[in-house]
Design a binder for this molecule. Structure first.
Ligand code: NAD
Length: 481
């Protein structure tokens, strides 16, 4: 049975929080006992669990599409392309490569240790906690889970309460596939997350905002629990004067308005060379209209803002900006609809240029000197993603070299996320650690360094009393270490 506990408002619920806390400690205790049986360390077991998970997702695919439609208004094609399909790809990649990844990795041993062998052994941490966000609620809970299982851990999931339909279908899948002593799921909001975080886990994988990331990191520090923090921030997008402006606009419009701008690595704002700004805005308008029609509210491909709170936050960002709305700007709170919106030249001190937008609003700021524009970005927290549209390899290199970011993409947006051969994560305030493909397996594994010494020979050099002088020892270090 999977734990299914809904959080209630704080005031009336002290006993319920206690119930949740008890259910959580029971679940952790059961998982600790199961982990101690060593069953999860068996590679065949892990692969079988991943295969079962894949099959159950396939069986629930229509329900997942329906849930994503209800939570975020996502079209099923988008739900496959940006959620379910990515989970299948990760599962397949992992099932194919796991035996290889999990093998002990032999490394060389300095002569000084003669005679010995050294290797790195990947061991599971134990019981891991995965806390997910609402924007890609299926994918961002399931991708870490794939890695947690692949590495041989037990896992507890806490998906976001704001995408409640997706959380419910995820729970049904988890319930169907796994015994709770191996993998279980708690539904609920911050209070449930806080109740979970009071416990000692062996690893915590959190995806969400930078502010909550700090709360999670503090809670983890209490137990010295290692973490992956996949956080957010403002991801800048440079469009240089040498860029292919038409294709840049197409790719920016796609990445920005995907999931109604509620994508952690969406281009947050554009810094464009003044000579191509007007053309870029004109082309953006064209592609937004091509993608979503004259009235995006009627488009099956355009979803909705997750809730009223975010709607109002976004409305305030637009209303308080000194920039000019040159496209869109339609808001309807009853349908949580905000049309794709372009804001020309906001002030860098406007709220819209200070906080992560996380919605379908695209500020465009022109520059005439790339170095000055880059300085503006460098003064800010390190972004999760960085985009540069340019035909000049020199400018591409300069931007990548000078601006630190979690990931980057040249002449496209968002695409770098979907490559299992590269780790994905933030840096500085946009996150700690990374995952995807092999790096998800590595994130959930402790790489134990092992040296195995021969019993046949035992050189006397290190033993006391010292039989050589310091000069000889220095020489030996140079030659043998
Ligand atoms: P959030 O931080 O509000 O919530 C994330 C999770 O934390 C949810 O499960 C929520 O229930 C829980 N939570 C909320 N408040 C909490 C608290 N006080 N204590 C403990 N847990 C708490 O984030 P969100 O609104 O779900 O997601 C949006 C943010 O996530 C954006 O900043 C976005 O950039 C970021 N994000 C990052 C990535 C990435 O891969 N780096 C992916 C998606 C979203």
């Amino acid at each position: 049975m999977t734990m299914m506990i809904q959080a209630e408002p704080q005031t009336a619920i002290v006993p319920q929080i206690q119930d949740i806390s008890h259910a959580i400690s029971d679940a952790i205790q059961q998982q600790r006992a199961f982990f101690a049986t060593n069953q999860t360390k068996n590679i065949d077991f892990r692969i079988a669990q991943l295969q079962k998970l894949r099959k159950a997702i396939e069986e629930h695919e229509p329900e997942i599409f329906e849930a994503l439609q209800q939570d975020l208004g996502k079209h099923y094609m988008e739900s496959f392309g940006t959620e379910v399909g990515l989970v299948y790809a990760e599962l397949d990649h992992c099932i194919t490569n796991l035996r290889q990844w999990a093998k002990d990795k032999k490394v060389s041993t300095p002569m000084f240790h003669f005679k010995a062998e050294s290797f790195v052994q990947y061991e599971p941490y134990g019981i891991v906690l995965i806390i997910g966000p609402w924007n890609y609620p299926f994918q961002l809970s399931l991708l870490p889970l794939v890695g947690a299982i692949a590495a041989g851990n037990c896992a507890i999931l806490k998906p976001s309460e704001l995408a409640s339909h997706t959380a419910a279908v995820t729970r049904r899948i988890i319930e169907k596939v796994f015994t709770p002593k191996f993998v279980t799921l708690f539904e609920g909001g911050p209070d449930v997350a806080q109740a979970l975080l009071k416990n000692k886990f062996d690893y915590i994988f959190f995806t969400g905002s930078t502010s909550v990331g700090k709360i999670v990191y503090k809670a983890a520090a209490e137990h010295l629990t290692p973490v992956t923090l996949e956080l957010g921030g403002k991801s800048p997008c440079f469009v240089d004067k040498t860029a292919d402006v038409d294709l840049s606009a197409k790719r920016i419009a796609w990445g920005k308005f995907l999931n109604v701008g509620q994508t952690c690595i969406a281009p947050d704002y554009i810094l464009v060379h003044e000579s191509v700004k007007d053309l870029l805005i004109e082309r953006l308008k064209k592609y937004i209209t091509d993608f979503y029609g004259q009235n995006p509210r009627q488009s099956a491909y355009y979803g909705k803002i997750i809730n009223e709170r975010n709607f109002k936050r976004l409305q305030h960002l637009v209303n308080s900006s000194s920039g000019k709305v040159v496209f869109g700007g339609d808001f309807s709170i009853t349908s949580l609809y905000i049309s794709p919106t372009i804001i020309d030249n906001p002030d860098m001190n406007d709220a819209i240029m200070q906080e992560e937008i996380f919605g379908p609003i695209l500020p465009i700021i022109s520059y005439n000197n790339l170095a000055t524009a880059m300085e503006e970005v460098k003064m800010r927290p390190k972004p999760l993603a960085l985009y540069v549209f340019s035909r000049s390899s020199e400018i591409q290199r300069k931007v990548l070299q000078e601006i630190s970011s979690g990931s980057a993409c040249i002449n496209d947006t968002v695409a770098q996320f979907a490559n299992s051969n590269m780790s994905f994560g933030g840096v500085g305030e946009s996150g700690i650690g990374g995952y995807h493909g092999k790096s998800t397996f590595e994130a959930f594994s402790h790489a134990k360094s092992v040296m195995s010494k021969s019993l046949i020979i035992d050189p006397p050099l290190r033993y006391l009393p010292f039989k050589m002088n310091l000069a000889t020892l220095k020489l030996l270090f140079k030659k043998l270490v």
